[in-house]
Design a protein around this ligand. Structure first.
Ligand code: AOF
Ligand code: ZN
Length: 373
């Protein structure tokens, strides 16, 4: 690589770093980073605002002011060309006199999908595509899945012993991993749109499911419970705080109406999901439940347990990534497993993943995986 391409990659990497800050906060929109460079100097930089608007480009342009004329803009996603609540980003670039736009990946939203690039070129702007495309694709994997497959990205979080246990035989589980790992788990919540648990976890732990890192999030994390028969107690913490923090329950079609009404009155959104055939262990058909979440705009879900939910997601081939926190401890076979049985007989049918990262956290480890291609 020559100096110029090093600099271009560095600017795009900076734009990706900005975009990363928006993870968990921009749904239903993607999080986009934009860096504007004039004569080798960064004159504007921005990320999509919380809630998904304004887009990154007008924010970066506002920072650059008159210096945008003749400058190069690095964007992690193709600029939009549709008329949303504000004008198209392509037109904002053109009006500001941006000379060159470097795009990491195209926006698969059918309103854009190549038309943003075409519009810029038609206006005489030089457009270059594909710089750090794989990184940009992975960063917005949740948004791309929502648009292309009508489902969000699912990250399964597991916190276990070395032998994959999550509680003693008496059900004691606090705490298997140490403080640094638990903080990292909260940061993980911070980068997802929603956290998903099975009703068994609500009944056993009465969790808050919030991101308890001060200042990490500008919009609240949506809390979702898979609860086919509406067994979530009206007195649990999730319901008690549902008016302040978005709380959704995924229930079977035909679940008790009075309970649905009472939960709704408490501020919970009860989302009913049709059940079909092998609607599986939780009674909620998970692929359909995930589609229901995507329809509401969710792009990134962190599934936190329990063992039934983990098994049902794995069986449905719905796990895209795994964040595995493991402590240097062993519980043995009478400890509770991280995933219930889900009927794998042949190794060929076993869900497989590839390792994408590993990080020590005190005595614990976080190992990250993505679906094997
Ligand atoms: C950009 N820059 O920062 C983002 C973009 O509802 P609207 O009008 O906000 O449009 C949403 C669409 O805009 C979304 O589906 C995606 O195609 C694009 N998001 N585009 O130029 C941004 N967040
Ligand atoms: Zn835009």
């Amino acid at each position: 690589m020559d100096d110029a391409s090093h600099m271009r990659a560095a600017h795009m990497r900076a734009a990706l770093g900005l975009a990363r800050r928006g993870l968990g906060q921009c749904w239903p929109n993607p999080t986009v980073g934009c860096v504007i460079v004039r004569d080798g100097r960064v004159v504007g930089r921005a990320v999509t605002a919380p809630g998904g608007r304004p887009h990154a480009e007008p924010l970066a342009l506002a920072m650059a002011g008159a210096e945008a004329r003749g400058a190069t803009a690095y964007v992690t996603l193709e600029p939009c060309c549709h008329h949303g609540r504000t004008g198209p980003c392509t037109d904002a670039f053109i009006a500001a006199g941006i000379a060159r736009v470097v795009v990491a990946v195209r926006d698969c939203d059918p309103r854009v999908n190549g038309q943003g690039v075409a519009r810029l070129r038609a206006a005489g702007v030089t457009v270059e595509e594909g710089l750090l495309a794989a990184e940009a694709e992975a960063l917005n994997a949740g948004f791309f899945l929502r648009i292309r497959q009508n489902r969000p990205l699912v990250t399964l979080k597991l916190a276990t012993t070395l032998d994959g246990r999550i509680a003693t035989r008496a059900g004691e589980s606090r705490w298997i991993t140490g403080e640094p790992a638990r903080r990292a788990a909260h940061a993980l919540r911070g980068r997802h749109d929603a956290v998903l648990v099975g009703v068994g976890t609500v009944l056993a732990d009465d969790p808050d499911l919030t991101c308890r890192i001060e200042g990490f999030r500008a919009i609240p994390l949506v809390r979702v419970v898979a609860d086919s028969h509406l067994r979530t107690p009206l007195t649990c913490r999730l319901v008690a705080t549902a008016k302040e923090i978005p709380t959704w329950i995924l229930a079977r079609h035909g679940a008790d109406r009075d309970r649905a009404y009472a939960l709704g009155h408490a501020g919970v959104a009860v989302v009913t999901v049709e059940t079909a055939g092998d609607g599986a262990q939780l009674g909620v058909d998970l692929p359909r439940a995930l589609r229901a979440l995507a329809a509401r705009g969710i792009t990134r879900v962190l599934a936190e347990g329990g063992a039934q939910l983990a098994a049902a997601l794995l069986r449905a081939d719905a796990v895209d990534r795994i964040a595995w926190f493991h402590a240097p401890a062993v519980l043995g076979a009478d400890g509770w497993p991280a995933a219930q049985a889900f009927g794998v007989a042949a190794l060929a049918a076993m869900p497989r993943f590839r390792r994408t990262g590993a990080m020590p956290l005190g005595d614990d480890m976080l190992t990250e995986f993505a679906r094997a291609a």
